[in-house]
Write a protein that binds this ligand. Structure first.
Ligand code: UD1
Ligand code: CA
Length: 454
């Protein structure tokens, strides 16, 4: 049997009003990725063949995010915000291509899973015209209520338009709808704005389809898959759910999380085998951890690739562009940014390594700083393999330390150091024998004088 074509229409035209934010709603993050990215990833994995994203006027950032996540997605602008059905019709050109199925997904439902979307589409293959994702939220306030009779879906009533009796219904609209391509346009065109908000409600598709003698069904899902996010409190709830999912997936894949509830992951965090993550570690976007690595407590990682058997932290900060070779070590209070450390290199204490290359087995002593910024531009530091940088050295970039070279502790290095050389750049030590004893003798003499003058 030929697979059915499926157009996903993602509605993303909302503003951040109830989020109390200037940022468009769907660009708020859950587990380090925008809500829109979560939705598009689920849509992409659910067997859809085309995706249309509906954005508001001037929401170029939203369109750009859609393109970043799904480069094949087409974007359409809804010129005025006149309701969810009006938003769907902004993508009419995509509907005109006559897909077998249409999935309408709201950009503010980041918890949706591909399996749930597939389950919602299933009734269309059996002749239903409209399938609505239903759920029973702990608190139904704000959601549209589903009016059913047996297993038939009769109508969806928006809260603003519902009677007190209808408001008591616990079964709600998850905001995701599947429509058969062949009747979708006829249904959508009949939706009017005769309701309390004077909006074109997509939810009216149910009653209209029934009026056309078409079949409408509800497909029930777990609340945690369909929650809509309108406020910052709901965003935080979604974050907690996604973190739990990511922790469970990491544990299932064999990662040791000693206190999983204290570890914060990103949707794209990647782990090798036998990785240990100690309590209180935060992962930002684009982190990859190699086999056998240990991430010690209170470390913060983002945009970092950590090799096999590497030890990071405690209290380490790995920033984007960090690449740690196999068996290297980054210890406490070390910050690394845009830097490659080759295999076996070590920076165990209190350092900043930025815009740098550190060769294999080089040792960076405590308190070493790569001075990469001159107030205007960033410059690179290159440290050769097996080099030894003495503690509390400042390497003023651009500068190169040759292979196997030594830098004396406390040096300020402003010129290149050849391979195998020793560079010392600090004031010479001066020793004055007996100086302290002479000082003390002088002090006690002046005290006696002061007393005798009393
Ligand atoms: C909607 C549903 C409600 C459901 C709930 C689930 C309607 C009329 N109501 O209500 O039944 O229980 O979702 O979360 O559909 N949008 C546009 N253009 C518009 C209006 C909305 O793009 O003109 C987008 C928004 O960005 C958002 C989505 O559509 O991503 C849903 O809109 P929202 O205003 O959040 O609807 P709810 O009141 O939550
Ligand atoms: Ca909503």
């Amino acid at each position: 049997m030929k697979a059915r074509t499926c157009l996903a229409i993602v509605l993303a035209a909302g503003e951040g009003t109830r989020m109390r934010s200037a940022r468009p709603k769907v660009l708020h993050h859950v587990a380090g990725q925008s809500m829109l990215a979560h939705v598009l990833t689920a849509v992409g994995a659910a067997g859809t063949t085309a995706t249309a994203v509906v954005v508001g006027p001037g929401q170029d950032e939203v369109a750009a995010e859609a393109k970043r996540v799904l480069p094949g997605a087409a974007t359409f602008v809804q010129r005025e915000r006149r309701g969810t059905a009006h938003a769907v019709l902004a993508a009419k050109a995509a509907i005109d291509k006559k897909p077998d199925d249409i999935l309408v997904v709201y950009g503010d439902t980041p918890l949706i899973q591909p399996e749930t979307l597939e389950r919602l589409r299933a009734p269309l293959a059996k002749g239903a015209a409209v399938a609505v994702l239903a759920f029973r939220p702990a608190d139904p306030t704000g959601y549209g209520r589903l009016i059913t009779s047996g297993d038939e879906l009769i109508a969806i009533r928006e809260e603003a338009d519902a009677s007190p009796r209808e408001r008591k219904i616990g079964l709600c609209n998850g905001g995701i709808m599947a429509l058969a391509g062949k009747s979708a346009l006829a249904i959508l065109k009949r939706i009017g704005d005769d309701n309390r908000k004077h909006e074109f409600y997509l939810t009216d598709a149910v009653e209209i389809a029934r009026g056309m003698k078409l079949r409408t069904v509800a497909v029930e899902a777990e609340e945690d898959n369909v929650r809509g996010i309108n406020t910052k409190a709901q965003l935080a709830e979604a974050e907690a759910i996604v973190q739990q999912r990511l922790r469970k997936a990491a544990l299932d894949a064999g990662v040791t999380l000693i206190a999983p509830e204290t570890v914060f992951l990103c949707a794209d965090t990647k782990f090798g085998k036998d990785v240990v993550v100690e309590p209180y570690v935060v992962f930002g976007a684009k982190v990859k951890i190699g086999d056998g690595a240990v991430i010690h407590s209170f470390s913060h990682l983002a945009g970092a690739h950590v090799g096999k058997g590497v030890s990071v932290g405690p209290f380490a900060r790995l920033r984007p562009g960090t690449k740690l070779g196999d068996g290297s070590r980054i210890g406490n209070f070390v910050e690394v940014k845009e830097a490659v450390l080759e295999a076996g290199a070590k920076a165990n204490h209190l350092s900043y390594i930025g815009d740098a290359f550190v060769g294999a087995n080089a040792n960076i002593g405590a308190g070493t700083i790569t001075c990469n910024y001159d107030g205007r531009a960033k410059h690179r530091t290159e440290i050769g393999g097996n080099a030894f940088i003495g503690s509390n050295s400042a390497l003023v970039a651009p500068v190169k330390i040759g292979e196997g070279a030594y830098v004396g502790s406390g040096s300020v290095i402003t010129k290149n150091v050849p391979a195998e050389a020793l560079a010392v750049g600090r004031g010479r030590q001066v020793v004055k024998e007996g100086w302290a004893a002479r000082l003390r003798a002088l002090k006690s003499l002046s005290k006696k004088k002061a007393h005798s003058a009393d």
